[in-house]
Design a protein around this ligand. Sequence first.
Ligand SMILES: NC(=O)c1ccc[n+]([C@@H]2O[C@H](COP(=O)([O-])OP(=O)(O)OC[C@H]3O[C@@H](n4cnc5c(N)ncnc54)[C@H](O)[C@@H]3O)[C@@H](O)[C@H]2O)c1
Ligand SMILES: [Fe+2]
Length: 382
Amino acid sequence: MQCEFFLPERIIFGEGVSLQAGDCVKDLKGNKAFIVTDKVVAGLDAFKDIQKSLNKENVDYYIYAEVDPNPSDIQVEKGAKLYKKEGADVLVAIGGGSAIDSAKAIGILVNNGGSIRDYNGADLFKNQIPPLITIPTTAGTGSEVTMWSVITNTQDNYKMAPGGWKLLPKIALVDPVMMASMPPGMTAGTGLDALSHAVEAYCVPWPMPQTDALAISAIKYIVKYLGRAVADGSNKEAREGMAMGSLEAGMAFSSTGCGGIHALGHQLSSQCGIPHGTAMGIMMPPLMDYNIIAVMDRMVDIAVAMGEQVEGLSKREAATKAPLAVSQLAKSIGIKTKLSEHGVDPEVIPGLAKWAFKDGDLPGNPRVLDLEEIKMLYQRTF
Ligand SMILES: NC(=O)c1ccc[n+]([C@@H]2O[C@H](COP(=O)([O-])OP(=O)(O)OC[C@H]3O[C@@H](n4cnc5c(N)ncnc54)[C@H](O)[C@@H]3O)[C@@H](O)[C@H]2O)c1
Ligand SMILES: [Fe+2]
């Protein structure tokens, strides 16, 4: 077996750790931090608390708050120009996956030049990004610890994934306090994204012991805490459990990549405007069901981690419980799992399938998919 496992240099977890941002900038010998965020996050009290702590530490910074959900190549290129103009030397990403991915992509351009469209794939740029501190405000993408950045190519309207170890953050400050302001719908969607990372990391054709352990632990955290975090966003234990589950899922899939759930789900965001996590909630049950023949034992492990009773069942029956449990969980937290419920016309299926077939995550699916099978899987979501 050959494998390679990637993590940031430091991961600091727990209530209030985001206030260590100033110390971290100093540890990284930064003179000016370039804070990448979005307008909603920049207005949160928790964000203002970080600002106050930076001011107290006399850390100079510039706030770039122009990140949009499903961030675009255009916005990233603008950020890179501003980073240089401001003379910044450390990146601080505060936000969900969109802000963290934008900061990573800005880092690629700052140290490599060109357009972000030149770097769609793993290890396609030469120079490491500037030191990056990540502070996630959603419990979903795991981007705070991953070596991937997902950016929308506005020329062809699909999601690119520049990546590689040179994109790894230096320090992740994972603070559940930052996530407490998420409304229930966002908590639900982003939580399903985290679950999809753990499921895909556990089912790739190239598993490794480290990522297996993280993925199963992540599934247990998410199943235990997602419903509770949606039901009561002020429940600190649930927010902490989701922050840990999402972090572990990110630590797992950063090294393994994802599979068909992401390959098919990405197109629902770029072409139908469906949020990333909801798209994962739609694609998880059909893909997991389809993949059972390839990874039956692993699907049984997932069912067990989700708390399903499998005693006395055949392996196939037990494996089938995993996609069913995901579907029930998604519905119970209010996610619409049918594309028809999102007003999508089945006529878009050939266009979705064309881009899913080219998506960089598709090779990570344990069962090989051709174009017709992809169309059939989209069809199952209506
Ligand atoms: N880099 C990776 O490894 C990776 C993995 C999975 C997904 N992604 C990408 O991440 C993006 C999705 O990120 P996301 O799901 O974290 O959402 P997001 O960053 O797109 O944010 C969604 C919305 O939630 C708001 N928001 C964020 N935190 C909040 C909080 N605490 N309280 C209130 N509102 C808040 C934001 O302002 C925004 O309007 C997609 O582009 C997806 O493709 C990246
Ligand atoms: Fe994801």
